[in-house]
Design a protein around this ligand. Structure first.
Ligand SMILES: [Zn+2]
Length: 200
């Protein structure tokens, strides 16, 4: 009973509580997030076919353990799903949040096994998708053995859904940040944000 009231009080006092987006025994422990070698926010990504040089607008979070079948991905806080793309390695979800009175958006990309739909209300305990499994990585490439997470300051831009992706209503600004000003206009550095908002 005591534990119950303690949790209740904590929940009331921290209405905008943020959790890290991966499974962990303590989702308030930001040290549980490990990034890939080139997964840091703001790194310059070299031009490749059809993609000009740009800034990395999110972080690439490593799989937290060796579960290559069903490793879950969670929202960082309560929100509403506003966009869903499910075709191949660039599958993603965008969630709109209001955290401590401020609107912001999160994007989860290179995900698989998407479990939610647009207009679904989710919270930090809702498994929304998972990391790609072995079979998918063999098919799409092991460079996708992580998930790309973005924390967006400006409402994502509206796009017209296609037959292939009837619930893909928004795009983030991933490939449109060609200078530091753009990056800072549209994005938070997720690690800085987590450190400030979780480890207070
Ligand atoms: Zn990335």
């Amino acid at each position: 009973m005591t534990n119950f009231f303690l949790i209740l009080i904590i929940t009331i006092l921290l209405p905008g509580q943020i959790s890290i987006p991966i499974g962990s025994s303590n989702r308030q422990d930001t040290s549980k997030i490990h990034l890939t070698k080139i997964g840091h926010f703001g790194l310059v990504r070299k031009a490749r076919t059809n993609v000009p040089e740009h800034y990395h607008t999110g972080i690439d979070i490593k799989r937290p353990n060796d579960n290559y079948e069903s490793e879950p991905i969670f929202p960082i806080a309560k929100g509403i799903v506003i966009s869903k793309r499910t075709d191949g390695p660039f599958a993603n979800l965008i969630i709109e949040h209001e955290i401590n009175g401020i609107k912001l958006w999160t994007l989860y990309e290179h995900i698989a096994g998407v479990k939610v739909n647009v207009t679904d209300i989710v919270n930090s305990k809702t498994p929304i998708a998972r990391f790609m499994n072995k079979k998918e990585l063999d098919r799409f490439g092991w460079q996708f053995d992580h998930f790309h997470f973005e924390l967006i300051k400006v409402k994502p831009s509206k796009i017209k859904p296609s037959n292939k992706n009837p619930e893909r209503f928004y795009n983030s600004y991933s490939l449109t940040c060609y200078c530091i000003n753009d990056l800072n206009k549209y994005y938070f550095d997720p690690i800085e944000y987590f450190n400030y908002n979780i480890n207070k």
